[in-house]
Design a binder for this molecule. Structure first.
Ligand code: NAD
Ligand code: TYD
Length: 351
């Protein structure tokens, strides 16, 4: 079936993996990637597919209502996969405003434009909103987030994502807009901006710089390889039941300090350093304000209903990730020489 689909935030980390998957796997689809190209958006993530016939890029700020409407007028999309967002918790703590504009107002602009272009009855029409497990709040040492867990966002980032999830459901309930939402745990893999824990740790070990571990490193996250998230998005977009929510997770919980130690061990091997030498870089720094203790996801609904499961073990995924960062020095150096170095000084200079 021919389709014209919009992927927002396709120049970012997860978005670029989703764009590549759709462009390659569905040559009969027209895939339009709309991205503002903030500090986190990088078209170098897509150089291998940028000339494909079924792919187009449009530089668009989703907060700009006119620009969003013009995009929908031009393409009359029958499907939207919405990933564009401000995504980093630490940035949301220092400057929340942008999170409100992009994550909430940007989402409402897209919902409104989508509602206007095609009747709800149009076959296959779907607005797929990509969200996070952080909307459910913070867990103690037992239990998992399910699709029924009440929302309890605790950072400006998670509160802005929770608001956008509510707006999507409100458009579904009020206007009959067909939607689906998924809430995923922490992703890792190639192309992740090195402000997030795993690529930041890899980069600092490579450069022999201190590895900043917040608090005592006791916080726990569930980690999923980005390719497995892209596969889940593919399945949910095509087979998810409209109006439903699906949790996506790796069943792979790690204490931050244990994860950092594992990365030190892998990097010592890759760089031919003495065993244990990278661990000497671990530096405990002031904790993040309001730091959520633990995220853990129950993804059994997605596994049972739609047959998805993670395909990459953590050992394989981390190995592929480390190898990618070591092989793509130019990609990393471009980032480090730009805005990132200023951010790094601001974020870690005072911890
Ligand atoms: P990212 O920060 O790497 O990429 C975000 C992309 O959105 C960038 O390309 C950026 O340029 C674009 N963007 C930002 N503001 C925009 C605007 N106003 N208009 C248009 N484009 C804009 O983020 P990511 O890690 O790839 O996350 C993608 C989505 O997945 C987000 O919605 C995030 O909340 C969600 N998510 C991420 C994770 C994770 O671990 N990274 C986990 C669960 C859910
Ligand atoms: P992060 O990658 O920012 O993802 P999120 O906050 O969305 O889970 O952080 C993952 C965990 O690692 C989180 O508990 C905060 C911690 N962390 C550090 O200890 N040091 C760091 O330099 C960073 C960026 C994160």
């Amino acid at each position: 079936m021919k389709r014209t689909i919009l992927i927002t935030g396709g120049a970012g980390f997860i978005g670029s993996h989703v764009v590549r998957r759709f462009v390659k796997k569905y040559p009969e689809y027209s895939v339009v990637n709309a991205d503002k190209l903030t500090y986190a958006g990088n078209l170098c993530n897509l150089t291998d597919i940028e000339r494909e016939k079924n792919y187009k890029f449009r530089k668009t700020d989703i907060v700009d209502k006119k620009a969003v409407n013009a995009l929908f007028d031009e393409f009359r999309f029958d499907g939207v996969i919405h990933l564009a967002a401000e995504s980093h918790v630490d940035r949301s703590i220092t400057s929340p405003d942008e999170f409100i504009y992009t994550n909430i107002i940007g989402t409402v602009n897209l919902l409104t434009a989508f509602r206007n272009v095609a009747p709800a009855s149009r076959a296959g029409k779907i607005f797929y909103h990509i969200s996070t497990d952080e909307v459910y709040g913070s867990l103690e040492h037992g239990g998992f987030f399910t699709e029924q867990t009440p929302y309890d966002p605790r950072s400006p980032y998670s509160a802005s994502k929770a608001s956008s999830d509510h707006m999507v459901r409100a458009f579904g309930n009020t206007y009959g807009l067909p939607f689906v939402i998924s809430n995923c745990s922490n992703n890792y893999g190639p192309n992740q901006f090195p402000e997030k824990l795993i690529p930041l740790t890899i980069n600092n070990i490579k450069l022999n710089k201190p590895i900043p571990v917040y608090g005592r490193g006791e916080n726990i996250r569930d980690w999923l390889y980005v390719g497995d998230h892209a596969a889940a998005i593919d399945i949910i977009f095509h087979s998810g039941r409209p109006g439903e929510t699906y949790n996506v997770g790796g069943d792979n919980e790690w204490k931050n300090i244990d994860l950092v130690r594992l990365l030190c061990h892998i990097m010592d091997g890759r760089l031919g350093r003495n065993a244990g030498s990278s661990e000497e870089l671990i530096t405990y720094v002031t904790d993040r304000a309001g730091h959520d203790l633990r995220y853990a996801i129950d993804s059994s609904k997605l596994q049972k209903e739609l047959g998805w499961k993670p395909s990459v073990t953590f050992e394989e995924g981390l190995g592929m990730t480390v190898d990618w960062y070591l092989a793509n020095e130019k990609w990393l150096n471009n980032i480090i020489s730009g805005d990132y170095s200023r951010y790094y000084e601001e974020m870690y200079g005072r911890r």
